[in-house]
Write a protein that binds this ligand. Structure first.
Ligand code: SF4
Length: 458
């Protein structure tokens, strides 16, 4: 069943408003909309009323507009449902906290999942009605959703008495994230990456291991073991800023050794170390020996001319040529698909961004297109990312590139991300093409979004 055109417009409007489109608002019949919403959002009907493509569009709208959480939805947050414990990367609502606990993420129809970005003025609202949680667009109830469950290790503490989720929050559906500080030395000499807001993040825990790290390797190991054992965490990531004398490189090795010993393995399954490449490539081999399964050397921008301007501290630490050499060297050490570099989508021309993704994919490296979301506290705070249409096109082209080189989009750190959704939607569309009985039209919204890489012409 396809959405009635009036409802499609209603969903489309706040999204397009964010895209700076000039569609005028009109006042609707709120009583009728409310009734209609109650009808279509009934469990069982909602998945038919809203296809995968429609839910993906709504998720995109929520990313851009944020979500308002009605007090009726508060019950169980921090007990049954996972609360936001304060560490986010690329979070447009970083720093915006409610006086009460905030939910972290929701599960949506068709298996889609979305972290919650708070915005008290958003048209999207989470409300509970007779025990069921619903997502509404203003007065129109869209469909039932469910908060993400709180992992068991969130109720545990380390042997030093620190709540485990303050050291290693759970994110991206299956990942335990360790951010060893919210500091980077590039901020002290004004050479920080222009999009980075790490200094405005407030870690939930303020430990001082060796004065620069919020947790010791032993504490991290305890959290990692608990997270993997009880909650089906299958990924681990360690990240943080660049420190004086590159002190973080040895810390990565110490943590790797502590975790692999704690888990009793040679390689920590699903682990990724995120750091600026060491100058001495022997340390890349040492990272592997200390237990890491993969590394992310985030170049951030491919364009040769723009690179030193956008990431001046990184450019002063290591040349671009040596950075690329380090990535190629790391593929030799860790293997195809185990080396990654984020390329922040929207900071450079589309052509050079895609050129970078292709250069990396050819070598078995994931160039990951994370949409630039101007972060509070960054030098580019208040700027505007490109349109959703731009990001959609770039993401779908990235999927084409990965397909060409045999790189699976269901990769490390992809849980609930836009490219993973689009890859799934594309696969489902192809499967429906293969089944003659359910062959879908090329006008299927899934085809438009995930194969053509276009927003629908509604
Ligand atoms: S290296 Fe750049 S992105 Fe990383 S923490 Fe420092 S300023 Fe931020």
């Amino acid at each position: 069943m396809r959405l009635p055109s009036g409802m499609r417009q209603l969903i489309k409007r706040p999204i397009q408003k964010k895209f700076k489109s000039a569609i005028p608002l009109h006042s609707g019949d709120s009583a009728l909309l409310s009734l209609l919403g109650k009808v279509i959002s009934r469990p069982g009907l909602a998945e038919k009323a809203f296809g995968e493509g429609e839910v993906f569009l709504i998720k995109g709208g929520m990313f851009l507009s944020g979500v308002k959480v009605d007090p009726s939805a508060d019950e169980g947050i921090g007990a049954e449902w996972k609360e936001d414990s304060g560490q986010h990367h690329y979070n447009p609502s970083a720093g915006l906290r409610r006086p009460r606990l905030s939910p972290y993420a929701i599960h949506m129809p068709h298996g889609l999942y979305s972290p919650i970005y708070l915005n008290p003025t958003s048209p999207f609202v989470l409300r509970r009605d007779k025990g069921d949680l619903f997502l509404s667009l203003e007065e129109l109830r869209l469909f039932p959703v469910q908060f993400e469950r709180r992992p068991n290790y969130y109720s545990q503490a380390t042997s030093t008495g620190v709540p485990m989720h303050h050291i290693g929050p759970h994110r991206l559906k299956r990942q335990v994230l360790f951010e060893y500080n919210a500091y980077c030395r590039y901020f002290t000499d004004n050479t920080q990456c222009l999009f980075c807001g790490i200094m405005s993040e407030r870690p939930a825990h303020h430990g001082h291991y060796q004065s620069q790290f919020v947790a010791s390797p032993t504490e991290i190991s305890e959290v990692a073991v608990a997270a993997y054992k009880q909650d089906a965490c299958t990924e681990l990531q360690l990240t943080g800023g660049v420190l004086a004398d590159r002190a973080e490189v040895h810390y990565f090795m110490d943590v790797g050794r502590a975790v692999k010993e704690g888990m009793g393995v040679d390689t920590i399954p699903g682990s990724q170390a995120v750091l600026v490449p060491p100058q001495d490539f022997r340390q890349i081999e040492e990272l592997k020996e200390s237990g890491w399964q993969g590394v992310a050397f985030n170049l951030e921008v491919w364009n040769k001319g723009m690179w030193p301007g956008i990431v001046p501290g990184k450019a002063a630490t290591i040349t671009r040529e040596k950075w690329l050499e380090a990535m190629e060297f790391a593929v030799g050490v860790f293997g195809k698909g185990q080396v990654t570099s984020v390329l922040v989508a929207g900071l450079e021309p589309k052509e050079s961004h895609l050129e970078g993704l292709e250069w990396m994919a050819e070598r078995g490296i994931y160039g990951v297109p994370i949409p630039w979301s101007p972060t509070p506290g960054s030098s580019l705070d208040g700027h505007q990312t490109p349109t959703a249409a731009w990001h959609l096109e770039v993401t779908v082209k990235a999927l084409d590139i990965w397909e060409k080189y045999g790189l699976d989009p269901d990769r490390h750190s992809s849980g609930g991300l836009h490219y993973s959704d689009l890859a799934t939607i594309r696969r489902h569309w192809r499967e429906s093409q293969a089944e003659e009985a359910t062959k879908s039209s090329k006008h299927d919204l899934r085809y438009t979004l995930a194969v053509e890489g276009k927003l629908p012409d509604l």
